[in-house]
Design a protein around this ligand. Structure first.
Ligand code: SAH
Ligand code: SF4
Ligand code: F3S
Length: 435
């Protein structure tokens, strides 16, 4: 039977889509391989959020074509496929199939046609298929199950391509979400659930809100931990924080992307909140959940960002003291409203400099935060043997810190909750001992 290799770029939503495609292909008898030489088919599940991500994909296709003298079948899925559709097929005649983000259920058809020598293209909006229960996603080797609760995004932040690649918001039925959670817990033995959406707070299905989803998942048997991504600050509210506080198995770990600390820039980004509204929400979270972990995303070098705007961002970072931060240089994307702004572009050297100042500051904050964890006890969900040192196990705290510790009983502990005491730390991870 033909062998396929799947390569995934981008966010958790893409990881989850890849798991779905792997599950479907295996059901049909195809064999997954990590080896390039062995693979007959390459499936590239792509990200288009920044220009660099798209470049990497184009160069990857070039490498596969050259290295294997055109002998391998290559198909593209994901956000670049949705964004470019037919144009991509025309631009790269070597491609055998292009499947949009809402066409992943057609992967076996695409692969079968490619094996028979024909091409396949589908980037339609298949809503009904998204609502079908997804119990076929490949979950082997995972201790956390991704479950999509809402697809797409209607926010149209002026820099962002996601609304053009993932389509309009579509909330999946609550009963289907719960069936998928039960399947992950009862059939696959996975006890950590991560609920996914570009903006989980927009969830709306037959009068149910995101807080209702959290509560319902939390009440299911065998769910040790629930995480969720991503929350848009404009929709993030006190009711939700109270639900988190009331349920021990909902991690008090909140990713609340701010993007900029300057009101002027937030307005140009179309984020629909002000700096002070955002900071009020951080205060509210910390009042209700004194033990909570907050992370964020920031963009530097947005058109028109001046030194004062950047200092406003740095001021937020220094005062909030995030537990983790993802930061990026602004990258102009097709279709987006920011392309039409009259503001001057920030020179790349200035944007790079700002990014490095921001990241350096965050490293210091994070290191100090990690140091304050030394000597304290935390519960860790064990994920795997450590990649660098198989004598160690790797797990995560509620706050998503990566923890390595010595593995007396080795593999038996994978997927279980254990208590550890933190001993030494770096910026990126913690070293602990089992209690
Ligand atoms: N739905 C999520 C995340 C979407 S993309 C949310 O709204 O938070 C993840 C992150 O990529 C964003 O939070 C933003 O910080 C960054 N990003 C998106 N578009 C970008 C662009 N054009 N240039 C640079 N960073 C971008
Ligand atoms: Fe992009 Fe904004 Fe939607 Fe997030 S909320 S996916 S940043 S448009
Ligand atoms: Fe990238 Fe698409 Fe996710 S653009 S960040 S893979 S939604």
């Amino acid at each position: 039977m033909a062998k396929f290799k799947i390569e995934t770029w981008g966010c958790q939503m893409n990881e989850y889509d890849s798991q779905k495609m792997v599950g479907l292909l295996k059901q049909d008898g195809f064999v997954q391989t990590e080896s390039e030489e062995e693979a007959d088919i390459f499936i590239l599940n792509t990200c288009s959020v920044r220009e660099k991500a798209v470049h990497k994909i184009h160069s990857r296709i070039g490498v596969i074509k050259k290295r294997y003298k055109g002998q391998k079948i290559v198909g593209i899925c994901g956000c670049v496929a949705s964004q470019e559709g037919r144009a991509l097929m025309e631009k790269i005649p070597y491609l055998k199939f292009v499947l949009g983000t809402r066409s992943t259920h057609l992967i076996t058809e695409a692969v079968n046609r490619a094996l028979n020598g024909s091409k396949f293209l589908d980037s339609n909006d298949h809503k009904a298929e998204m609502d079908a229960p997804i119990t076929f996603a490949e979950r082997a080797g995972h201790t956390k199950a991704y479950i999509s609760i809402i697809e797409g995004c209607d926010n149209f932040c002026t820099y962002c391509i996601v609304p053009f690649t993932r389509g309009r918001e579509h909330s999946r039925p609550l009963s289907i979400i719960l069936d998928e959670v039960k399947d992950a817990v009862e059939v696959k033995g996975i006890h950590e659930i991560e609920l996914l959406g570009q903006n989980v707070n927009s969830y709306a299905f037959e009068g149910k809100t995101f807080a209702d989803v959290l509560e319902a998942v939390s009440n299911l048997q065998g769910v040790y931990r629930i995480r969720f991504l991503t929350s848009h600050p404009k929709d993030f509210n006190e009711n939700l924080v109270r639900v988190i506080a009331a349920h021990d198995n909902i991690c008090p770990t909140i990713h609340l992307p701010m993007q900029s600390g300057s009101d002027r820039i937030l307005k140009k980004m179309g984020r629909k909140y002000t700096r002070s509204e955002y900071l009020d929400k951080i205060r509210m979270i910390r009042d209700i959940l004194p033990e909570s972990w907050i992370s964020s995303d920031f963009i530097v070098g947005f058109p028109g960002e001046n030194e004062k705007d950047f200092l406003d961002t740095m001021d937020v970072i220094q005062s909030v003291r995030y537990d983790n931060l993802y930061s990026f240089k602004y990258s102009p994307r097709p279709h987006t409203a920011a392309l039409k702004l009259k503001d001057p572009l920030v020179p790349d050297s200035i944007a790079s400099n700002r990014l490095s100042i921001l990241q350096h500051t965050q490293e210091e904050i994070q290191m100090n935060k990690h140091m304050s964890m030394v000597g304290h006890e935390y519960t860790v969900l064990v994920e795997s043997l450590s990649k660098k040192n198989p004598k160690l196990l790797t797990g995560r705290t509620e706050g998503n810190h990566v923890v390595h510790f010595e593995a007396g009983r080795g593999r038996q502990l994978i997927g279980k909750l254990v208590d550890v005491r933190i001993e030494t730390v770096t910026m990126a991870s913690l070293k602990a001992s089992l209690i």
